[in-house]
Design a binder for this molecule. Sequence first.
Ligand code: DAH
Length: 364
Amino acid sequence: MQNDEIPPLSGWSEAELDQAFAAVALEVEDSAAALRSPEQFRLQWLGRKQGRLKAISDSWLKSAPADARKAIGQRFNTLKAEIERRLELADSASPHDALDAEAVDITLPGTQRKLGAEHPLIRTWNEIVSVFQRMGYSVGAGPEVETDYYNFESLNFPPGHPARDTQDTLVIAGQERKPLRDRLLMRTHTSPVQIRTMEQQPPPVRIVIPGKVHRNDAADATHYPIFHQVEGLCVDANITFGDLKGTLDFAMKAFFGSSVRTRFFPSFFPFTEPSADVQISCPFCGGSGCRKCKQSGWIELLGCGMVDPAVFGLVQGKQPGYDPKKVSGFAFGMGIDRIAMMKYGIGDIGLLYSGDLRFLEQFV
Ligand code: DAH
């Protein structure tokens, strides 16, 4: 039925009237379903001048015989009530419609953001540090741009000492006019923070210092001009080499698993006496020999030793408590990169610094 056409009544019997009114009721229902605003619907059906209900009733009543008017009038009242009911419904529903138009469909998938992951180097760094924290060690830090004094001299590397050559130092340019001890360089190890720590606080000291170090090394599968170390220092009355062995043995078992064994070999570092290199039994093959330990069953992991009295002597000027007659201590240093590479089976140290997502995604 066209909206503007008014259908003629086919007759005035009850059945014919019912059919005609049912058709109009359907039309009301359709226009309610297509409704844009309740006001538009009201004007369309109930408007006093142009409302469709008035037009239909005028047309049908005009042509009706007098005895049919009552029956027609009753049906118009019912129809009008129905239109008003729908109008009321639409009025109360409209605020929700407005909200519906703005609503977010929470069933849509949403924007996918890639999960980040801890870098294998940082993960290893944190794991090593936390082993020592659980043993009561505090955690320190120091500058990466260091003076010759802290990086070498205070650690008992005198000027011209051959041990300096082993460190492949990167120096900051244009420092020649300064006295050697004040010249700046990129620290080659975390050991200078031992001295900085002792100058800052009296004994006892138990501290680990993780950090980045720099050396003039050409990059290959196991070398990179940047790498990382964890330094350890313990100073108190009556600290012995037995304490050093027990501490490192416990730490290696905590980190690699309780079946790992340690062994100590004589070595040399200018700032410790005696000095030792520490090996652990291969955590991969249990010591029987495999590719990771080059069939030897052992892996060399760190350097350590008893703090040289000469080092305490240099600190004493600033902290008198470090009297080598009253305190003793041990120190150790290990490479974080090497441990991470071993733990995660990484064959090329450069991968740790490449930022290559194909490598990093494996650690998510
Ligand atoms: N600083 C040494 C290096 O980079 C490692 C080291 C050896 C640190 C012995 C220590 C230590 O604290 O006692 O080669």
